[in-house]
Design a protein around this ligand. Structure first.
Ligand code: ADP
Ligand code: MG
Length: 296
């Protein structure tokens, strides 16, 4: 391959807002047969709004619950955390991260924090199991909530609160997937969020995705990437979160979201999109295909 052609292609990629770590990445982009998209922050904006926030146990007051949740979530960079902190502030509760003495982040599950001697878990049904919550399983707990993504709050083994949130798809997401399809590339969704949230996003997109996989842990995303590689060949992964980092590394081409993406995703990916404009994904694949022809 001629270094000049590769260099020109890298410059062209940079001009379209895609920072590529090396010329071979563009060539690989040109070979992609299937694309896997993370949901939160990739297909969607990653800007959640709280639809419901409910106290489950009478013993606990709403102000107390919001203080615990917002203080602990202040320690998290998850898109849901920002929404919860903002929600508490809108109810005049100031988070006090300095009161949180211990935290642990569980990717694909939620967060644990110790505050005022209380042990609090916030997250999905997986965190409920981890917290050894005295109530059985999360089902039914989420009935009647308005948002499609659901969260639970467990304090010292008791379910004390629940909330629901919604997020919207990025403009251009459906169009990007349609363009990929017209290029012979099928698109699938890999998300740690619930099945309801995955289906909701698919509906917003007009049903353009060919497969939905929900409730995934970071290692599940890697397993699914390996499956796509085995079945279809060169696989593209687009993601933003820390939970996407292993899948981005496992893919033939991992593309991270630069503006909102986590440092881990940007580091392990092969290329970074400098804006939230996912239409640049099919554009980059077209550039990759042209690059392959030029240097062949
Ligand atoms: P995605 O793959 O859609 O980007 P994540 O793996 O980041 O999702 O998160 C999966 C799920 O874990 C979320 O939908 C949420 O239920 C839960 N979760 C993760 N982090 C948090 C947090 N800080 N607060 C509450 N819930 C969380
Ligand atoms: Mg994400």
């Amino acid at each position: 391959s001629t270094p000049v052609a590769t260099f020109c292609a890298l410059l062209r990629a940079a001009r379209m807002g895609l920072l590529v770590k090396g010329g071979n990445v563009l060539e690989s982009l040109g070979e992609v047969r299937v694309a896997a998209f993370d949901k939160t922050g990739t297909i969607t904006r990653g800007e959640f709004s709280i639809k419901d926030f409910l106290v489950v146990r009478d013993k606990v007051q709403m102000s107390q619950l919001l203080y615990w949740v917002s203080s602990i979530e202040s320690k998290s960079s998850h898109p849901m955390a920002a929404a919860l902190v903002e929600y508490a502030q809108s109810k005049s509760i100031q988070p006090k991260p300095e009161d949180v003495t211990e935290t642990c982040i569980y990717h694909g599950e939620g967060i644990y924090g110790a505050i005022n001697g209380k042990h609090i878990y916030i997250g999905n049904e997986r965190i409920m199991a981890r917290s050894s919550c005295r109530q059985q399983a999360g089902h039914r707990e989420t009935d009647g909530l308005k948002g499609v993504s659901v969260g639970l709050v467990i304090c010292d083994g008791d379910l004390v609160g629940k909330f629901s949130l919604s997020d919207t798809c990025r403009t251009g997401a459906a169009e990007a997937i349609l363009q990929l399809r017209s290029m012979g590339i099928k698109s699938v969704m890999l998300t740690g969020d619930s099945e309801a949230a995955a289906k909701h996003a698919q509906e917003q997109l007009g049903g353009v995705l060919e497969e939905l996989h929900s409730g995934l842990l970071p290692e599940d995303k890697v397993r699914l990437i390996r499956g796509l590689q085995a079945r279809h060949g060169a696989t593209l992964m687009v993601g933003d979160g820390m939970n996407d980092a292993p899948a981005l590394a496992a893919a033939d081409v991992g593309v991270s979201m630069g503006l909102s993406g986590s440092a881990a995703a940007i580091e392990t990916s092969h290329a970074t999109l400098m804006s939230g404009d996912v239409l640049r994904v099919p554009k980059a694949v077209r550039l990759g295909r042209r690059t392959r022809r030029t240097i062949a």
